[in-house]
Write a protein that binds this ligand. Structure first.
Ligand SMILES: NC(=O)c1ccc[n+]([C@@H]2O[C@H](COP(=O)([O-])OP(=O)(O)OC[C@H]3O[C@@H](n4cnc5c(N)ncnc54)[C@H](O)[C@@H]3O)[C@@H](O)[C@H]2O)c1
Ligand SMILES: [Zn+2]
Length: 341
């Protein structure tokens, strides 16, 4: 993770690598293709474009791309460079995981969300009609090239959506980061390079620590889902069109903090500080007209449900959360209603 890291990309390509496939979207390529082209100046590579958007994060485009890879000389020695937002990281990573039963991938995340989240931890995959990320594989990248300079063309709404995952990192495990985000809000929102670099580095470190302590999904990794159980319900209820993922997570964190207050897992003072920081980095699109009952009904369908019982991650204090289950339905309803209010 370093400003300017993109220029060093070629160094990470193994000498014996065969055909290199850059997987990207037209959109990302328009903004940042030239920068990658320069970084790969003396390297031969093919560019494959994915259709962007969550609707297209499906298996079908991967089959088409795998065929194209074979036609263009792809074999077991090939390498994928996934260059784009989280969708490209997930799809390009999964393509690498299954092409010829697995070839290496270099991840180059180009959104804030992808730099602090999607490209860290080795999860790859696509959506099914029945839900997000239901088909996939763990395929840890050869290297992640994280260059904050890639974010300078990112639209403001996308940037702020990524910030909520960083706020999440502060709440669940990093009190110092939480304090920094509170005190340096102007620097962060105006994208001052040293502020951006700092919060990315801290978030990447946090997620790396959590996922390396247990590569597969279980207890510690579950804290990363703070705000996500509620957030996923909101995304699904609004057909993934009204909120960006990070915005839904912002709302979900609010609901999770309310739930923590209702079950007395967190002090009123810490809860207030959490609500404040979520507000200060807002606003998110309006939640008007969304029925609490519908959101509550959707909780049970969340992928993170374990054997039928919904687990919630609630705050304990700034920098600490815990997993609870068997929470009374009425309290969950109240938390949702308060977050919608
Ligand atoms: N694997 C994981 O652990 C993990 C974790 C979190 C999220 N994800 C996945 O990540 C995806 C969301 O990622 P996202 O928020 O990055 O969305 P995205 O990939 O759709 O990118 C958001 C938008 O930004 C554009 N964009 C990307 N880079 C840009 C740049 N540098 N300049 C200008 N525009 C740019 C894209 O074209 C797109 O329109 C979801 O599918 C989610 O499931 C995966
Ligand atoms: Zn998330």
């Amino acid at each position: 993770m370093e400003r300017g890291a993109l220029a060093q990309t070629a160094r990470h390509i193994p000498k014996k690598a065969g055909t290199i496939f850059v997987v990207s979207t037209e959109d990302v390529w328009k903004h940042k293709g030239e920068a990658l082209r320069q970084a790969l100046e003396n390297t031969r590579y093919e560019v494959l474009f994915l259709p962007g958007g969550e609707d297209h994060k499906r298996l079908a485009p991967l089959e088409i791309m795998a065929e194209q890879m074979v036609e263009r000389g792809g074999d077991r020695s090939s390498l994928v460079i996934a260059f784009g937002g989280g969708i490209v990281n997930d799809m390009g990573g999964f393509l690498a995981a299954i092409f010829m039963r697995g070839i290496p991938v270099i991840q180059i995340p180009t959104t804030l969300l992808a730099q602090v989240d999607a490209a860290v931890g080795g999860k790859t995959g696509v959506n099914l009609q029945n839900g997000k990320n239901l088909v996939g594989s763990f395929h840890p990248p050869l290297v992640v090239v994280t260059d904050p300079a890639l974010l300078d063309s990112l639209p403001d709404r996308e940037y702020r959506a990524g910030l909520w995952e960083i706020i999440k990192a502060g709440i669940i495990r990093e009190p110092g980061l939480f304090r920094y985000l509170s005190e340096q809000r102007q620097a962060v929102l105006s994208r001052r390079p040293e502020a951006v670099d700092h919060i990315i580095a801290e978030s990447v470190r946090m997620k790396s620590e959590v996922v390396s302590s247990d590569e597969r999904e279980n207890d510690l990794r579950r804290i990363l889902n703070f705000g996500h159980t509620f957030g996923h319900a909101l995304e699904a209820e609004t057909q993934y069109t009204r909120f960006l993922h990070g915005e839904a997570v912002a709302w979900g964190m609010r609901a999770a903090v309310h739930l923590g207050e209702l079950i007395h897992s967190v002090s009123a003072q810490d809860a207030a500080a959490m609500h404040r920081i979520i507000d200060e980095y807002g606003p998110i699109p309006s939640v008007a007209g969304i029925p609490a009952a519908n959101l509550q009904a959707r909780l049970a369908h969340d992928k993170k449900t374990v054997q039928g019982s919904v687990h919630f991650i609630v705050p304990v204090r700034i920098g600490e959360v815990k997993v609870v289950s068997g929470v009374e339905e009425a309290l969950v309803r109240t938390a949702i209603e308060r977050a919608l209010a």
